[in-house]
Design a protein around this ligand. Structure first.
Ligand SMILES: [Zn+2]
Length: 80
């Protein structure tokens, strides 16, 4: 067997593929929230549907999606 295609290769590939995803059932995966928390860890909650629909944004869970837009609103309301 070619060295590049040994079992390690597939393990690493599936690890890379799963790195930003979360298992929601035996057959389904969805993206993880990419927000970095204050403790330095990723939020890692299930990404919300609104965020999935908005391809311009990074993947955000329901909480961080809401937070992102409320921060955006605050910025827009600021008077210069
Ligand atoms: Zn989050």
């Amino acid at each position: 067997m070619d060295k590049e295609f040994d079992s390690d290769f597939f393990d690493n590939a599936s690890y890379e593929w799963r790195r930003n995803k979360i298992k929601i059932s035996d057959f389904e995966f969805t993206y993880k929230c990419e927000t970095i928390l204050k403790n330095g860890n990723n939020c890692s909650k299930k990404v919300c549907q609104k965020s999935l629909n908005n391809i311009l944004l990074k993947h955000l869970c329901a909480i961080h999606y809401k937070q992102y837009f409320s921060n955006l609103k605050k910025l827009r309301q600021r008077k210069y």
